[in-house]
Write a protein that binds this ligand. Sequence first.
Ligand code: NCD
Length: 357
Amino acid sequence: MRSLIDILDLSPSELDELMDTAVEIERHPEKFRAACAGKKIATLFFEPSTRTRMSFEAAMFELGGNVLSMSEASSSTAKGESVADTAKVISCYADIIAIRHPKEGAALVAAKNARVPVINAGDGGHCHPTQTLADLLTIRREKGRFEFLTVGLCGDLKYGRTVHSLIGALSRFEGIRFVLISPGELSLPEYVKTEVIEKNGLSFSEVSSLEEALPELDLLYMTRIQRERFEDPEEYERLKDSYILTPEKLSLAREDCCVLHPLPRVNEISVAVDDDPRACYFKQVQNGKLMRMALILKLLKEAEKPESEASRGEFLLEGKRCRNPRCILQTEQELPALLKKTAGGVCRCVWCESAIE
Ligand code: NCD
């Protein structure tokens, strides 16, 4: 069953097709009004969310389908149900599932147990591929290309799952240069630097000053410091105001620089920036809904085809267990401790991709 767990599950040409479909939907919504008639999406959100959940739900309604919605407060997780069981149960009710969960790897566990396509709507600090779909359409519309862009990513690069997925997607294009702007404590995980950016022959620089980076950027991707992922609340307090984009700072940027943010914002972009033509974060929201519509259409169509077992690389079963406290392995009692060996020879947890010593 074809699911979307990691943005790399989609080839560059499939991404192009999704973007073309999204634009077509915007131009001719009437053609799509009954495209999913009789189909249901289940939105399983085990983390607080309004916009992403509503984006999926609005997408399904606009395709003529229906929505089954579940949030943490009303779920059987409170009774101790595993993600695997939830996925099996919901497969009997819905034709497609969108799941958000605080544990890294939870969406993959759901996909392995569901009988319908699963969309990862965010798994802990790991991945958020549908936000990347929104980002990519916005970049294509604003910049007209993906190649040879200098892309600044600013804020919480450690726990910011949108950043990890966006870097994965952009790393497949020629001439991309990443400028990683964060405090040392919130720098990009090592595996993204080595196994995503460097493996694709791209370069990156790391700086702590936004002002220093701004003049050279084609894109600035601002992110929220992810309060809920911090083990130490004092560390959050110390880092929470690390970056605030104001009109004065933005005056250092190029005229055609495009400012993105996955939202919600706390204070990292001051409201006074919103009227600047370079501020594109509310356009991202609209693009996100269109891309989710295109994705739902694609996955439901593919679900009708006979199964072909997609390979996710070589999985090894070993005795060593992943120690990442945010990994789904820590809460899903009977999940096997699967490992995979990456191209660089590093052993990683199949679920959350942390390195296993
Ligand atoms: C992002 C997320 O959930 O990771 N938000 C979203 O999907 N709209 C970013 C964030 O919460 O900071």
